[in-house]
Design a protein around this ligand. Structure first.
Ligand code: GUN
Length: 308
């Protein structure tokens, strides 16, 4: 039976450490500032971006949300990014993805100054990450590494299997694991015999966006299972099948019309040694690492040292 990893509690711990660094940077005369750009009305993105701005403010940093209409063009978003690049009170810029289809996401992400790129998505930061000398690491992968560090889960020499090869999670977390001396396998939709490859893992990371796909046939006894999926599940039949009759999940569905489920099947809890819940696992850590990146970006721009 796995121990649940309380992402919210870890995030609180990290945020308290960030707040202390914010005070140091402020004492040196700089108030870290984060701009969050939201284009369109994607419901989950609205919730996420509000949370990011609020957490930033709760740690004593400056933050603002720039809202642009669903119909915005690439040029309009580029113009907004450029003006944020030029502002000295903004040290971190985050453009929430997904962007509406007419906006060329690659052009937008490349327009953010690498030193202000608190998502770590700019090619310069991707290159630094691959080389092992990144200052601004992508937030979800960095949050996953904090789980291992703070729970003293060994990584060196362990076999890690990452399911999913996205630029946001799968690829960068694979690099971070590799830099910590794990033996890493990256799987994706074309991987043959996926369950048997996954069963090799001491550390299994599911980041594919398919509700409950990773069931007990994918998991070795005692594996550490990190669930990055955030899927809205609307089917009551499926919710009953996964969580059983009488589950809190049904009340959740009655209230919102859906319940959030990860990529990992609840049954895996029986087999794993550690497991992250959804919600309340990796999600809060992503926000905490964004906070850390914002104070890091501000400190680097002002040549102040933090997290020493
Ligand atoms: N959408 C989902 N996760 C993220 C993230 O970490 N950063 C940005 N910019 N958009 C996201």
């Amino acid at each position: 039976m796995a121990q649940w990893i309380d992402g919210a509690a870890l995030a609180k711990q990290i945020e308290a450490e960030v707040a202390a660094e914010v005070q140091k940077v402020q004492a040196a005369g700089v108030n870290p500032g984060l701009a969050v750009v939201l284009v369109g009305e994607h419901p989950a993105s609205q919730v996420y971006t509000r949370g990011k701005v609020k957490t930033c403010q709760s740690l004593g940093m400056y933050s603002e949300r720039i809202e642009m209409p669903e119909s915005a063009t690439t040029d309009e978003v580029l113009f907004a990014v450029d003006s944020l690049n030029q502002r000295s009170d903004i040290h971190g810029i985050l453009v929430q993805v997904p962007l509406p289809p007419q906006v060329v996401a690659r052009d937008v992400l490349q327009a953010i100054l690498p030193d202000k790129d608190v998502d770590g998505f700019h090619p310069v930061n991707v290159g630094r990450l691959a080389a092992g000398n990144a200052v601004l690491k992508p937030c979800t992968p960095a949050g996953i590494m904090e789980i291992f560090k703070r729970h003293r889960i060994p990584v060196r020499g362990q076999r890690a299997v990452v399911i999913g090869r996205s630029d946001i999670v799968g690829k960068p977390v694979s690099l971070l694991l590799l830099h910590e001396d794990a033996t890493v396998t990256i799987c994706h939709s074309k991987t043959r015999e996926l369950p048997s490859v996954a069963r090799e893992a001491d550390i299994l990371i599911a980041a594919i966006g398919r509700p409950a796909l990773v069931d007990d046939t994918y998991v070795k006894d005692g594996a550490v299972v990190i669930d990055v999926g955030v899927n809205r599940l609307e089917s009551l039949d499926k919710i009953r099948e996964l969580f059983g009759e009488g589950s809190q999940r049904l009340a959740d569905h009655a209230r919102k019309g859906y319940t959030l489920v990860g990529d990992v099947h609840p049954r895996v809890h029986e087999k794993a040694s550690y497991m992250t819940p959804v919600p309340g696992g990796v999600g809060p850590l992503t926000v905490a690492m964004l906070m850390a990146n914002t104070v890091r970006a501000a400190a680097a721009q002002a040549r102040i040292s933090v997290f020493a």
